[in-house]
Design a protein around this ligand. Structure first.
Ligand SMILES: Cc1cc2nc3c(=O)[nH]c(=O)nc-3n(C[C@H](O)[C@H](O)[C@H](O)COP(=O)(O)OP(=O)(O)OC[C@H]3O[C@@H](n4cnc5c(N)ncnc54)[C@H](O)[C@@H]3O)c2cc1C
Length: 309
């Protein structure tokens, strides 16, 4: 077995990941590393043999971790990486700071990053996924992000280097985002707080926010195909296509397409990652048969399937 570097934080072997994800599924990581601070993270990555894969995770609100778990090291940032500071209209947030906390701290200081308020992830995941809603995205507000490379060096990345796309950015495998600097428009703190409360209420009315989900299961089909050619899918919503295929409420084992929002997949309590993935693939197949449109997963699926019993 690979010799692991000495750390000051917590390094745990065979750590189950299900309780660290919103969907509450998934097998163990070979190793879970929770660094004490930046120096600990850099030293660990520099000393870790290059052949060991590294997967950074946030709070697991966009993940299906497969039942066989994740090989290599999963890195999860916590205290030591969650500071939030506001200076003028610039907000600097550690990667482990929750999006909601960043939005509220910014609003209290008169800076409008209100679009982050209802997204249940942390800032590292928000940058990686170019998280957004209400027509605003991380890409619209990011000034720079800091990351640690797989070799343990700290680098600064511009938005251009991150090559943001819809729910996407380009980050080399094993790099860990540690901090993001945002710039937002000014706003009145009380007005921003009221706006965010209204957004939360709308979410609760339209999405299964109290269930175990990972947000939207599939991307809305875009106006361009993967080869860049324009197509007719401009206004198509994944939830409508799922409804039209008669799949609102469809089940596979303990997995279900939510009756409240048909593009949200939920774990009703007993789902395995295999149940969730099989349901998603069945939905893709049926929507394709119905419309000829290939839905693309928005939820990231990582790790290995469980070995056959
Ligand atoms: C109820 C619900 C509603 C949602 N609504 C929205 C929405 O409106 N808009 C939206 O955009 N998303 C939404 N999501 C999806 C999800 O919250 C976002 O994608 C979020 O940004 C993921 O952040 P996370 O910390 O949970 O990342 P994770 O799910 O843990 O990871 C997601 C990806 O980010 C990478 N990552 C995480 N942290 C780091 C890091 N420090 N360094 C490098 N890579 C990292 C992981 O490797 C993985 O590739 C919703 C989810 C739920 C459950």
């Amino acid at each position: 077995m690979t010799q692991m570097p000495q750390v000051r934080g917590t390094l745990t072997a065979h750590r189950p990941l299900d309780e660290l994800t919103w969907l509450r599924v998934g097998g163990p990581a070979d190793w879970l590393f929770q660094p004490a601070d930046l120096e600990d993270l850099c030293a660990f990555l520099a000393a870790l043999p290059t052949e060991v894969p590294v997967f950074p995770m946030g709070v697991g609100s966009n993940l299906i971790v497969r039942d066989g778990g994740v090989r290599g090291v999963v890195i999860r940032l916590g205290r030591g990486f969650n500071a939030i500071a506001v200076e003028g209209t610039r907000v600097t947030a550690g990667a482990a700071a929750l999006d909601a906390h960043v939005a509220r701290r910014a609003a209290a200081a008169g800076v409008d990053l209100s679009f982050l308020r209802t997204i249940p992830g942390a800032i590292g995941g928000a940058v990686r996924m170019n998280a957004g809603c209400y027509g605003r995205y991380v890409a619209d507000h990011l000034v720079a992000a800091r990351a640690v490379t797989r070799q343990g060096a700290v680098v600064s990345l511009t938005p251009a280097e991150l090559e943001f796309g819809y729910r996407h950015s380009e980050l080399p495998a094993g790099w860990v985002i540690i901090e993001a600097i945002f710039e937002g428009p000014t706003g009145d703190p009380d007005t921003l707080e009221a706006l965010m409360e209204a957004q939360l209420a709308t979410r609760d009315a339209t999405q299964p926010t109290k269930e175990r989900s990972a947000g939207s299961t599939f991307r809305n089909p875009s106006g361009f195909s993967s080869t860049g050619q324009a197509n007719d899918h401009h206004d198509l919503k994944a939830w409508k296509l799922i409804d039209q295929a008669g799949l609102r409420g469809a089940r596979h084992g303990g997995a279900q397409m939510s009756k409240k929002h048909s593009n949200f997949m939920i774990n009703t309590g007993t789902a395995s990652a295999a149940d969730l993935e099989a349901l998603g693939e069945e939905v893709r197949k049926r929507v394709f048969q119905n419309t000829g449109i290939q839905l693309e997963w928005e939820i990231m699926r990582v790790g290995e399937t469980a070995p056959e019993k």
